[in-house]
Design a binder for this molecule. Structure first.
Ligand code: 5RP
Length: 227
């Protein structure tokens, strides 16, 4: 009989491995989502045991969790660089391309990773794909331009829809909406990223290219590393 994969355990194992990279006095970027959650709990435990760090959250949700664990949070605009960030992904390939934004925090996640020296992504094994695109690409959009953005996405071969949560339009921490765009399997992520960047009204999209140095994937009872 095929063994059932315990994805929660894989998330935890990946998070534990990643947290080992954190040292005293570092500035640490905290990701968002159910995998990053385990990281924040682990960091909270180490802080309780005496670890001294300053942290930057990628969402209000993460900020609240970190504050509840007495992790010292600082303003992103109060420093020049972040030593290490640990965040999750919705899809990744072995050559470190990713789709992020399933939790709607893509804009802050992109800025935080861009400012980070050691960009660490953690994931369970269900997130690894040969080619990106089964997961729709989240596109954070200023609400005034949402209809325009939908039409521009269609003009570059995508099929977008505005994300809803519990029947209401999902609103990001910046007060924007998310268009989830289906491009089918993405054969040229770099050129799609460029095309999305050129659409007026798009704040950020979920194609993360060059934003991971190392991906730690939970793999059954162990972890596997891509770098
Ligand atoms: C949030 C993200 C998350 O990192 C991504 O959605 C993965 O989440 P999870 O660990 O819950 O699967 O990009 O915007």
């Amino acid at each position: 009989m095929k063994k059932r994969v315990d994805l929660e355990k894989e998330k935890l194992l990946a998070a534990r491995e990643a947290v080992k990279l954190i040292e005293n006095n570092m500035i640490v970027g905290l990701g968002t989502g159910s995998t990053a959650y385990y990281t924040i709990l682990e960091i909270g435990q180490r802080v309780k045991e005496g670890l001294k760090i300053k942290a930057i959250a990628t969402s209000r949700q993460t900020e609240e969790l970190a504050a509840s664990l007495k992790i010292d949070l600082i303003d992103i605009n109060s420093m020049d660089a972040i030593d290490v960030t640990i965040d999750g992904a919705d899809e990744f390939t072995s050559d470190l391309l990713m789709i992020k934004g399933g939790g709607g925090a893509l804009f802050r996640e992109k800025i935080v990773l861009s400012l980070t020296t050691k960009k660490i992504i953690i994931a369970d094994s269900s997130k690894k794909v040969e080619k990106l695109g089964k997961f729709k690409v989240p596109v954070e959009t200023v609400p005034f331009s949402s209809r325009y953005v939908l039409s521009q996405i269609a003009s570059i071969g995508g099929n977008g829809e505005i994300r809803k949560k519990e029947g209401k339009v999902f609103v990001t921490d910046q007060g924007n909406c998310i268009v989830d765009a289906d491009f089918g399997l993405i054969h040229d992520p770099e050129s799609l990223a460029k095309n999305l960047n050129q659409i007026e009204g798009v704040l950020a999209h979920g194609l993360f290219i060059g934003l991971a140095d190392k991906i730690i994937m939970g793999n059954g009872d162990d972890t596997a590393v891509f770098e």
